[in-house]
Ligand binder design. Structure first.
Ligand SMILES: CC(C)(COP(=O)(O)OP(=O)(O)OC[C@H]1O[C@@H](n2cnc3c(N)ncnc32)[C@H](O)[C@@H]1OP(=O)(O)O)[C@@H](O)C(=O)NCCC(=O)NCCS
Length: 168
């Protein structure tokens, strides 16, 4: 069944924090969500509704700046994506990622599983014009760029919103 996906609302805050922490099994990503909101660094925030409308999945996009030798290109970071453990494996995560990609313009960057994200159109090749902020991550640093905004460019520097420093 396709989950209902809608923008996150202030009343969802506690449920989102709980599901993100449960999904990752640690508090860091839920703290990142709170910090991004606090910094005003949210482009879109969506939830998938579980029983009774309570969020069982969540995705957040935040604005990024790509700097190509002084020319700025706007982009988005997709992070984090989380589905409550008891709701996983039913297509909710995939539906959230697709809805997130449809919600924002421009390239979207992700640091994630190379086995999962390519099905949505992400590839490490599309991220090649960027200097990876995560050189240790190899092909886990991927871009979704269906309009080819990054094509033909090189050495782009990626500037994440400051709260991502929390995850370093
Ligand atoms: C990753 C996550 C959001 C997927 O949510 P979900 O609702 O279970 O995903 P879906 O049901 O849409 O898709 C399940 C598929 O994703 C795959 N998948 C899930 N997590 C994966 C991972 N870390 N690496 C590779 N594949 C993964 C499953 O194997 C399954 O593959 P299949 O469709 O080929 O059988 C969820 O497992 C989760 O919250 N994990 C913990 C937090 C996390 O790792 N977030 C993502 C950071 S990159």
């Amino acid at each position: 069944m396709t989950p209902r996906i809608r923008p996150a609302e202030p009343a969802d805050t506690a449920a989102i924090a709980a599901l993100v922490e449960a999904a990752f099994g640690r508090p860091g990503e839920a703290a990142l969500v709170a910090a991004l909101r606090g910094a005003g660094a949210v482009s879109a925030e969506l939830v998938a509704e579980g029983e009774g409308g309570t969020p069982c999945g969540h995705v957040l996009l935040s604005p990024l700046r790509l700097d190509f030798a002084g020319e700025d290109v706007p982009a988005q970071a997709l992070a984090p994506v989380a589905v409550a453990p008891e709701c996983q494996g039913r297509g909710i995560g995939a539906a959230l990622v697709r809805a997130a990609l449809a919600a924002v313009p421009g390239p979207v960057l992700v640091l994630g599983a190379p086995e999962w994200y390519p099905r949505f159109g992400f590839s490490w090749e599309a991220a090649k014009p960027l200097v990876s902020p995560f050189p240790w991550a190899g092909r886990a640093f991927m871009a979704y760029d269906p309009e080819g905004v990054l094509t033909g460019r090189e050495h782009g520097r990626v500037h994440y919103p400051e709260p991502f420093g929390l995850m370093a």
